[in-house]
Write a protein that binds this ligand. Sequence first.
Ligand SMILES: [Ca+2]
Ligand SMILES: [Ca+2]
Ligand SMILES: [Ca+2]
Length: 355
Amino acid sequence: MKILRIIIPGIVIIAFLTVMVRVSADNAMAAYAAVPIPVMPAQNAAAASVDVAEVELEGNAVIAPVEPFVPNDPYLDRQWALTHIQIGELWRTTTSGAGILVAVLDTGIDKGHEDLIGKVVAEVNFTDSPVAGDLYGHGTHIAGIIAAYSDNGLGVVGVAPQSLLLNVKVAEDDGRCETSVVARGIIWAVDNGAVVINVSIEIREPSAELEEAVNYAWEHGAIVIAAAGNEGSQTPVYPAYYEHCIAVAAIEPDDTLALLSNYGGWVDMAAPGFDIYSTLPGNEYGYKTGTSFATAYVSGLAAILFDTLADANGDGYLNDEVRAALENGCQQVIGFEVGYGRIDAASIAGSCYLP
Ligand SMILES: [Ca+2]
Ligand SMILES: [Ca+2]
Ligand SMILES: [Ca+2]
């Protein structure tokens, strides 16, 4: 059994697989004050440039401004990460992951949460817990980042608001987790139709059983996306390290590496993982920090791409095209090493044919 428990003095810890640090609202607001990020600037900028072009074409005629789509969810302005990865560029051109099945291997999901209700189409409990739901508050947060409803006047907005979830409970109610259970969870997810498998879990020791499960997913057209780990080092963790798994590091709003995030050439890409606002059990919401949450952003993007891309090489699966689109759509980062860089929806939209 692999147990990871890190205590940072002075901060409320919800110790876990990958460390979750719950920051106070004041800290969160301080972070925003340091890097002010308006809601959906990319969409506004795009709309503004269209206006200018049309004005020039039509001889300074007065053109009504193009209204960017801004969902009505009340906490959207706390979700700096969505603006940062320019997700609006993909929301405008795709159906946002409609019907794509994303498996969340975690502490369970509160499937009755107001912003997730109806999202969990199947669930399984591999743990000793009497319930498949989330008594710990990690899996529900991941689920909201990926799939929370958009424009429903409630809560937050998921990266792929039309995607659906498999609740694969592999971590106990105190956050502990066994390697072989994670491996079994991956196989269950594949066999039950998931094409994106979010594993916000880090295991310190390699495991042949775990690597075989990751390979099984890849060979069946799915992608495992996993946290790069929260030790602030280059030391690999699993399953992230495996070839057919996308390893995700965490960045802060200024595109620097989050202090706790692992990094290095073995890490495939980086995504927002600092002061991430999402759903918590019992119709609650809150901030969390760590590579767990960065992983969920990549999973959301993958869900959109599974819904959007074509099987260009005709091998019968989309996971190879989706992975290539994620990698090719990364923006370079400066100051730390992470394989392809930081995920960016605008770059993906620009480099893929999106019908
Ligand atoms: Ca919502
Ligand atoms: Ca990898
Ligand atoms: Ca293919």
